[in-house]
Ligand binder design. Sequence first.
Ligand code: RFL
Ligand code: PHB
Length: 391
Amino acid sequence: MKTQVAIVGAGPSGLLLGQLLAKSGIANIVIEQRSGDYVLGRIRAGVLEQTTVDLLREAGVASRMDAEGLPHDGVELCFGGQRHRIDLHGLTGKQVMVYGQTEVTRDLMAARTAAGLPTVYEADEVAVHGFDSAHPSVTYLKDGVRHEVQADFIAGCDGFHGVCRASVPAGAITQHEKVYPFGWLGVLADVPPVSDELIYVHHDRGFALCSQRSKVRSRYYVQCSLDDKVEHWSDDAFWNELRARLPADTAANLVTGPSIEKSIAPLRSFVAEPLRFGRLMLVGDAGHIVPPTGAKGLNLAASDVGYLWQALQGFYAGRAGEIDHYSQRALARIWKAERFSWWMTSLMHRFPENGTFGHKMQIAEMEYLFSSRAAMTALAENYVGLPLVST
Ligand code: RFL
Ligand code: PHB
């Protein structure tokens, strides 16, 4: 078959790009290696920036988010057993929206189905070809039959382990990476959140995060060792560890219950440069990864989509040069989010290898943060999301 844009991957970036392109009359297909249920089974992000919310509204997929999402005006940081509130709205005039990635993906899938847009799930042996020419293509096997999609462009929305970045010749790409010496153990449970707003906790036993999906569903994380296994953590062991990292009065309010999902995620910072290789563009986790501490991964994926949508609209309106700006525009925002995520990760986690000096630096930085409106504003500006700029 022939189309204008072949999108590899049906995560939030692939589905959002497909929806926005369709709104602009640009034909596209989404090719995903997993089943739709598998994609919806991955529990990931929970916090949306205003720019992400705006794009979802522009894509026409925001009605459930607007009805069920929880706008938050603030976030808390806990240090030395004390909770401190960062007044996001008071400091920046902006909010964030608590609405899970699973729900965003579900809404995008439903809209794609309703619009009758072509989507292939459970595609095997997906491969990208000829992106250094004007006639790129994507091939895949479906139920053992080989298919070929000829397109003007390929959008590589296939995540960190996808095929698109891996298909770029080594000499054409530079990759910057930092791997952190710990992971996050996450639990999802149908219990009311311990607090109205998110709490990021620095504790001598390690970092913890109290997050939420709704008034009746909570998401909690604790910093864990890289060789920890989910099977080694019973629900009781998890709740006990979380309680031990919270201030006593907060721990006393914690409602526990059976976990409905439990997983370990490693923490990584990663950027590939550039993000465009001829007619192939990398989008979202395919091009960059942030540690989850700043809640930036899904939001960066959405801002990449915003920039690429703008570039492709320009191309099809006769401004071929717009495509040349995609990589540079997206990377300018990505590096700032990388810095913020790295900084928040460095501030909030336990790094025994940094010794007492490293620990003292964390304490000094926190004390400064809570005493300075300028420092709190810098945190708040980054947490609610930097603006999308066209350079
Ligand atoms: P995804 O979601 O990984 O989707 C990529 C899709 O491509 C498919 N795929 C292929 N398809 C065809 N052929 C191939 N060869 C393929 N290889 C892979 C995959 O099956 C998949 O369906 O990437 P995308 O769309 O770029 O979206 C990125 C986000 O998922 C990610 O950045 C966030 O989840 C990160 N993240 C968070 N981001 C936030 O903005 N706020 C948060 O609060 C937040 N919390 C988190 C997070 C990520 C976490 N984990 C587990 C990594 C919390 C956690 C624990
Ligand atoms: C989540 O709810 O999964 C979540 C929230 C904030 C983060 C990371 C994850 O920084």
